[in-house]
Design a protein around this ligand. Structure first.
Ligand code: DC
Length: 670
């Protein structure tokens, strides 16, 4: 997950490959509760790991459900309709999909079997209405008290005498979750008689009720329905575990990758989405129809989709989007790539989501250079004819961040010259439903190598470039190349193989074959963790010797170039700016006096419990400087266009700030 203040996307050119998307939140929490209530064990695959599912799991644990983590699944031991615990205080965060169904099921169970349960959440949860559900449950005979404001959580459930001699009536126009909650509780009530639930008023968000009914069926309960007005559960129906169940990937999340295929994938190498497909039970999957209408070619199987570009430019659309409100935001971005203006209608609900999404989309699209007409309940977007480097504000709205990332493909628009980088502000907002969204995007999107920004930090040994580079990479969300570690690992391997430091051919052959793997903060040589070993002083000195050989440098060159991946790279070493990445956006040459550097190294060694002599260190360091500077191949020297930074008197933070200021000056964003 990117926790940076912003994330810059270079112009993107194509996409291909396979993505697995995180599970749907709505399905995950329903499955968890049904698995907790039913008879038997349920193995759940592909569960979403997010705040909302974590609180549901914790509640089930408190209620006495056995929960086991397996390598690729979670196993829930159901209660079989019998309360194992009769008193609990459950904290449910801001998860409506946990609060509403738990209130209904626990109200019924405590009514039938006795018990006292308190359910609460974060302050925002205590502003989300629940009165219609409580009214329905009270009518049924359940005993429920408001612990705060009437009509809102927190609540206390203290039993009562639920009976089903009359239909349960519930309003459907505030939240469909009230009906979902009652449908999930009903099978707990139907031992003696059938249960009938009637909806009062208009039912909103019908696709979510569809999900509930489908999942009830998977757990052995068939619901008879009369349109959207009445639902009946037969006498004697009970929950039975399906044994195992796969949670579908989130269909709204899929919309970004469907769009990606439509924009940037070829028929030979489509974008493949695994975890959701033709038989999806999620309403937002109908986004596929809209994408196809715009020109996407979509193939689908039971649990997968494959998408590639069909028509280009895309076909403009005029569409009522009421049935796919979340996924429709993706259409607003696809409209930039269309052959005329597209209008998304009946999207008034956008105004009361995470943010006023109509206003947000209009404002940010205009920043890019698009023409937009905003109305009370519709949005018209014109194709992009000119583009500006835009810093997209995301309004703490995951979907704004995700859909705007697709605007980074604007270089594909015919006749639009000079594509620009795109900045997404506060990218961490995607964590609400898709913490690894950008990583997933980068795993299938391609940029031209020359467009991927590089920041180089070269300098002598112990100048602090490793620390500086790591901090800058963290601030920008970029990859990190510690090129010294490559030479050190080669030196370690050479020492262990007993090679002569002058045997250039043998050293080069070894360097070329090095089974080296980098993980954040770790270096592996084969299956050995050599992170500590390569930092030894003798290995540093040997690295300095063997790195003077041109053939060794050549052998390690390609590996260094491969670090230039989306979204960008910070590289530190001796020749990053001069030889390996001569086209870097910013080159920093870091210096500090030999004395300062020797003192730093001394302190470092002492703190690790290694004895060291300051004077010896100073001499060794000067010798290394001399060797690194005087060698014929890639000698240590600042690139002509490098910014010099003497950090002798600077703190690490001050050095980082200085580099970020230089970086900002070289970026096109206001
Ligand atoms: O940065 P460092 O101390 O980890 O590097 C160890 C040695 O590797 C250094 O003395 C010279 C060599 N090196 C190099 O020649 N070119 C680089 N880009 C990085 C390191």
């Amino acid at each position: 997950m990117y926790t940076t203040a912003f994330l810059d996307l270079p112009p993107l050119r194509s996409a291909a490959g396979t993505v697995r998307l995180p599970g749907s939140k709505s399905i995950s929490n329903r499955v968890l509760l049904l698995a907790g209530l039913c008879q038997g064990r349920t193995r759940v695959y592909d569960l979403l790991d997010s705040d909302d599912t974590r609180v549901m799991l914790e509640a089930l644990r408190q209620l006495g459900c056995g929960i086991e983590r397996e390598a690729d699944a979670l196993v829930i031991h159901g209660l079989g309709g019998r309360l194992a615990v009769h008193e609990a205080q459950l904290f449910l965060g801001n998860a409506g999909t946990a609060m509403r169904p738990l209130v209904a099921t626990l109200a019924v169970l405590s009514g039938l079997q006795g018990g006292c349960f308190e359910l609460s959440g974060v302050p925002r949860m205590h502003e989300r209405p629940i009165g219609d559900l409580v009214d329905a449950l009270r009518d049924l005979g359940c005993q429920i008290d408001y612990l705060g404001q009437a009509g809102y959580p927190p609540l206390r459930l203290t039993g009562g005498h639920p009976r089903v001699d009359a239909p349960i009536r519930v309003r459907g126009d505030v939240s469909s979750q009230f009906l979902t909650a009652l449908l999930m509780a009903a099978p707990l009530l139907c031992a003696q008689a059938p249960v009938r639930i009637e909806v009062v008023g208009e039912l909103i968000s019908k696709p979510y009720i569809e999900i509930t009914l489908q999942l009830l069926a998977r757990f052995g309960v068939q619901v008879q329905r009369e349109g959207w007005r009445a639902f009946t559960i037969a006498q004697g129906a009970t929950y039975r575990s399906p044994g195992e169940i796969h949670v579908e990937a989130d269909a709204s999340s899929a919309s970004y990758f469907i769009a990606l295929g439509a924009l940037a994938a070829s028929a030979q190498a489509p974008v493949r989405i695994e975890g959701v497909g033709a038989h999806s039970i999620q309403g937002d999957i109908r986004f596929i129809d809209a994408a196809q209408a715009m020109g996407a070619v979509v193939q689908q199987g039971p649990n997968w989709l494959e998408v590639h570009r069909g028509r280009w430019p895309l076909r403009a659309i005029d569409l009522d989007c009421n049935h796919i409100p979340d996924a429709a935001m993706t259409l607003a971005i696809m409209a930039l790539y269309a052959d005329g203006p597209s209008t998304l209608r009946n999207i008034a609900s956008w105004r009361v989501k995470e943010t006023d999404r109509i206003a947000a989309m209009a404002t940010e699209l205009r920043k890019l250079g698009a023409e937009v007409i905003e109305a009370a309940d519709s949005l018209t977007v014109y194709p992009l004819r000119q583009v500006r480097a835009a810093a997209i504000h995301t309004y703490d709205d995951h979907r704004v961040a995700m859909c705007f990332s697709l605007a980074a493909f604007h270089g594909l628009i015919d006749g639009l010259s000079a594509p620009q980088p795109l900045r997404i502000l506060e990218p961490r907002c995607v964590a609400k439903t898709f913490p690894d969204y950008f990583e997933t995007l980068f795993s299938v999107a391609r940029a031209e190598v020359a467009d991927i920004p590089v920041l180089t930090i070269d300098g002598p040994t112990a100048s602090g470039k490793g620390t500086l580079a790591a901090e800058v990479a963290k601030a920008l969300g970029y990859h990190l190349l510690d090129s010294g570690a490559l030479y050190r690992a080669a030196a370690l391997a050479a020492q262990e193989a007993g090679l002569d430091a002058q045997d250039e051919a043998a050293l080069a052959a070894l360097a070329a074959q090095l089974p080296l793997r980098f993980e954040p903060g770790r270096i592996w040589l084969g299956d050995r963790d050599v992170s500590e070993a390569v930092r030894r002083e003798d290995i540093g000195a040997l690295a300095s010797q063997i790195s003077a050989h041109a053939a060794v440098r050549d052998a390690l060159r390609q590996r260094q170039l491969e670090f230039r991946r989306l979204p960008g790279l910070v590289a530190d070493g001796r020749d990053m700016g001069t030889v390996i990445f001569p086209d870097a956006t910013l080159k920093v040459f870091l210096t500090a006096s030999a004395e300062t550097r020797a003192q730093r190294r001394h302190k470092q060694l002492i703190s690790k419990g290694i004895s060291a002599n300051l004077d010896t260190l100073l001499q060794a360091l000067k010798a290394r400087d001399a060797r690194d500077q005087s060698r014929r191949t890639a000698p240590l020297r600042p690139a002509q266009d490098a910014q010099l930074l003497d950090n002798s008197a600077l703190s690490i933070e001050a050095s980082v700030q200085q580099v970020l200021v230089w970086w900002a000056q070289r970026r096109p964003f206001k």
